[in-house]
Write a protein that binds this ligand. Structure first.
Ligand SMILES: CSC[C@@H](O)[C@@H](O)C(=O)COP(=O)(O)O
Length: 336
């Protein structure tokens, strides 16, 4: 089976290449993006999505767009750098990996002269991509102990290969366990309103030959009560200093139900998702999205459509990272 390329470079390294997730599961459409507007639009519309993937996309996209739009002149690129960085960071506010990646490139830029700027940005964007691949692999290796033969795992949203440059975060141990011949069954919450679980997680797991059952979000509590699930693993968009976790809306409800029914609830994320500068989940900016995403509604109906929610640390059994299982507080640590 060919590895999944959700985000990376075009073969000539002149463009950001993404698998446009808006077309999944129906069609596999690869797109090459070169302008800043194209990159921002792809992030906003979830053509590329998932916290680590949008960090990688922003890093490669910034390097590529600056090169393209400054026609390769470092002095012109430097004049645009701060403005491009600000616009990219504003594309989606909740996943810390986006600002983490862009700020990392700004630090690199500050350390080189104009003549070396574009090459240095490209090199660091590539380093962010390869580090993400390695972090996913490490998360998978550390997480293997959670997935014995016959494990039944519930997940919410998509924190797999489609959400990273590698084999995913929450799904990394699942992919590796399956690769070792362990039987594993995944229950994928549909994940309203954009259906990342039904469209993306189910597609990714089927492609890998891993058995998957999709359920409506509203059925997750009953499934957990039924005894059909051994553990829950989800990804994260931001983990604050005290251990609170922002992830796709609906995660909090799953965590509450898991606690009620005595089922372990794990969060898997790379170190770059830990935001030690933000004290608690209450300090996280939660992205709100357009009412259209909720489908047909009576004219004039009011809508509350947060893209993420916060799960408090008390509900989290363990934090699985590329450095192993870690415990809050994370105040001494920083992903940046
Ligand atoms: C490894 S991805 C972790 C999270 O980013 C993921 O669980 C999630 O909430 C993605 O939300 P999305 O709105 O699809 O970008």
């Amino acid at each position: 089976m060919l590895p999944l390329l959700a985000v990376g470079w075009s073969p000539d390294h002149r463009a950001l290449r993404i698998l446009d997730q808006r077309h999944l599961p129906g069609a596999e459409v690869m797109r090459d993006l070169v302008t800043l507007d194209e990159v921002i639009d792809a992030i906003r519309t979830l053509a590329v999505r998932g916290a680590p993937a949008i960090g990688v996309a922003a890093a490669i996209g910034l390097a590529v767009a600056l090169h393209h739009e400054s026609e390769g002149h470092g002095d012109r690129a430097r004049a645009e750098l701060a403005n491009y960085a600000e616009r990219l960071i504003a594309a989606r506010p909740t996943a810390v990996n986006l600002s983490w990646a862009v700020n990392r490139l700004l630090v690199v830029a500050a350390g080189v002269d104009d003549g070396a700027l574009l090459a240095a940005l490209r090199a660091d964007a590539e380093a962010i991509r390869t580090e993400d691949v390695a972090m996913c692999e490490a998360i998978g290796q550390f997480g293997l102990e959670l997935i014995p033969d016959g494990a039944r795992v519930l997940t919410h949203c998509n924190a797999g290969s489609l959400a990273t440059a590698g084999i995913g975060t929450a799904l990394a141990p699942v992919h590796l366990a399956h690769g070792q011949g362990r039987r594993v069954h995944v229950y994928a919450d549909e994940t309203r309103p954009l259906r990342q679980g039904a469209r993306l997680t189910a597609w990714e797991l089927q492609r890998a030959g891993i058995p998957v059952t999709v359920l409506p979000d509203g059925a997750a509590a009953s499934l957990l009560r039924s005894g059909a699930v051994d553990l829950v693993i989800v990804g994260a968009d931001r983990i604050t200093a005290n251990g609170d976790v922002a992830n796709k809306v609906g995660t909090y409800g799953v965590a509450l139900a898991a606690r009620e029914h005595g089922i372990p609830f794990y969060v898997a994320a790379p170190w770059s998702t830990i935001d030690a500068a933000t004290p608690t989940g209450a300090d996280i900016e939660i992205e709100h999205r357009h009412a259209d995403e909720l489908g047909d509604l009576p004219l004039g109906a009011r809508v509350w459509n947060p893209a993420f929610d916060v799960t408090p640390r008390e509900l989290i059994s363990g934090y699985l990272t590329d450095r192993g299982f870690v415990k809050p507080p994370f105040s001494g640590a920083t992903g940046v």
